[in-house]
Design a binder for this molecule. Structure first.
Ligand code: GRF
Length: 194
């Protein structure tokens, strides 16, 4: 059995990437263990999924902090430190982070983004790829830095854009790769850095 690095996963919604990480972590030879799933939204479906699997979950609604983004993130940071997680995986966490939190977790926070960065940062990436007439699309795992979707790239997976694709069919093709790439990249990152 390998040493398991404790990690926290941040979500805002359905949490299918979180599930991919949960499934990977269930293997004794996978070098991570999810000690906390944190959401900024109480209605994130992934919270229930994680709770049912016996993982500690917490919701810290950003709305409770009004415009004070850093106050919200100080609570997130405290929760992660209390959980003893050493690494944060953003998995569909739909908030732009403040430089303060990014600084706290420099080199220890990774994100999955549904495009081949630097192409199509931000939201609605599948629509943007189709609109641009891209022949290829995909997903990127990267370290989180101050610039949105800009940090050093750890891994990418490519898929073709097929004739007749709409945003949903393209998103589904990319998502399949996301679920494979995130655990694979996390394993490699931990083996190299921890
Ligand atoms: C994924 O496409 C992820 O790349 C993006 O948001 C989506 C989240 O999906 N950041 P899920 O909540 O993991 O199912």
């Amino acid at each position: 059995m390998v040493k398991k690095t404790p990690i926290a996963v941040f979500i805002s919604g359905r949490g299918s990437n979180m599930v991919a990480l949960m499934e990977a972590c269930a293997h004794p030879d996978f070098p991570a263990e999810i000690v906390l799933v944190l959401s900024n939204r109480a209605d994130a479906a992934g919270l229930e999924t994680a709770h049912k699997a016996g993982i500690k979950t917490l919701c810290i609604p950003h709305k409770d902090y009004g415009k004070d983004r850093e106050a919200h993130e100080r609570e997130l940071d405290k929760a992660v430190r209390d959980s003893r997680a050493e690494l944060i995986c953003l998995a569909g966490y739909m908030r732009v982070l403040t430089p303060w939190l990014v600084q706290q977790w420099q080199g220890k926070m990774i994100n999955i983004h549904p495009s081949l960065l630097p192409a199509f940062p931000g939201l609605h990436t599948h629509e943007a790829a189709l609109k641009a007439g891209a022949k290829e699309h995909g997903c990127t795992i990267h370290l989180v830095t101050d610039g949105v979707d800009e940090g050093p790239i750890l891994a990418q997976a490519r898929v073709p854009v097929l004739p007749g694709d709409d945003a949903d069919t393209l998103a589904a093709r990319v998502l399949e790769q996301e679920h494979r790439l995130y655990p694979e990249t996390l394993r490699q990152f931990i083996e190299e850095q921890f």
